[in-house]
Design a protein around this ligand. Structure first.
Ligand code: HEC
Length: 168
């Protein structure tokens, strides 16, 4: 056996050992994911999330809102329908659920929404939202995400994260 082959065999043995150790560590240190963990991780944290989980957990669970994009008014209507279906919560819970859905699962009307609305949904400071409104008033409506990204101080990554929600 040449020295090169011996070195190679040692290297392979080390690699196999390492892989086995990693596999063992992974399988023992991570408990199987429970449905609760999976559901929670799909919803951004923030006010209203707990109320959503509490009030919407019967019947179909909070997952029903995933993949849905509605305006605030439409969400408000959906919540009225759910109350009619039998969902129960305090006024405070219903209000915080509506705010949460509006913030995270609503359409963003880039050319018509008031600055306050843009600040909430794009998660930007009021001055940046004012800047968007000023730009669209002075230069005309935005027609694409790339145009919107040119607003000074606006974080492009925040827009990319919300690109499916932007309506021009
Ligand atoms: C008491 C049972 C019940 C509870 C609690 C409940 N729902 Fe529903 N939900 C239903 C039923 C029944 C349907 C299907 C029929 C319909 O659309 O009304 C539905 C459908 C939906 C849909 C899909 C239809 C649509 O209008 O977009 C959404 C979204 C939804 N629910 C959201 C919620 C949210 C958010 C909550 C918590 C605030 C909630 N639900 C709590 C019974 C419930």
């Amino acid at each position: 056996m040449t020295r090169v082959t011996a070195a190679l065999e040692i290297a392979i043995a080390v690699a196999v050992l390492t892989a086995t150790t990693i596999a063992q560590t992974t399988s023992t240190s991570q408990p199987p994911e429970t449905p609760a963990m999976t559901t929670a991780s799909r919803f951004p944290p923030g006010p209203g999330r707990d109320a959503l989980f509490k009030v919407c957990k019967e019947c179909h669970g909070p997952e029903s809102v995933l993949g849905q994009l509605k305006t605030r008014d439409e969400w408000s209507k959906t919540l009225d329908e759910m109350a009619a279906n039998g969902a129960t919560g305090t006024d405070e819970e219903w209000n915080s659920i509506l705010d949460y859905l509006d913030k995270h699962y609503s359409l963003i009307l880039v050319n018509t929404a008031p600055a306050k609305d843009l600040a909430l949904k794009l998660d930007v400071p009021a001055e940046i939202a004012d800047e968007i409104v000023r730009a669209r008033t002075e230069k005309g409506t935005f027609t694409s995400i790339d145009e919107l990204k040119r607003v000074p101080g606006l974080d492009g990554a925040k827009l990319d994260a919300r690109k499916d929600r932007l309506i021009f």
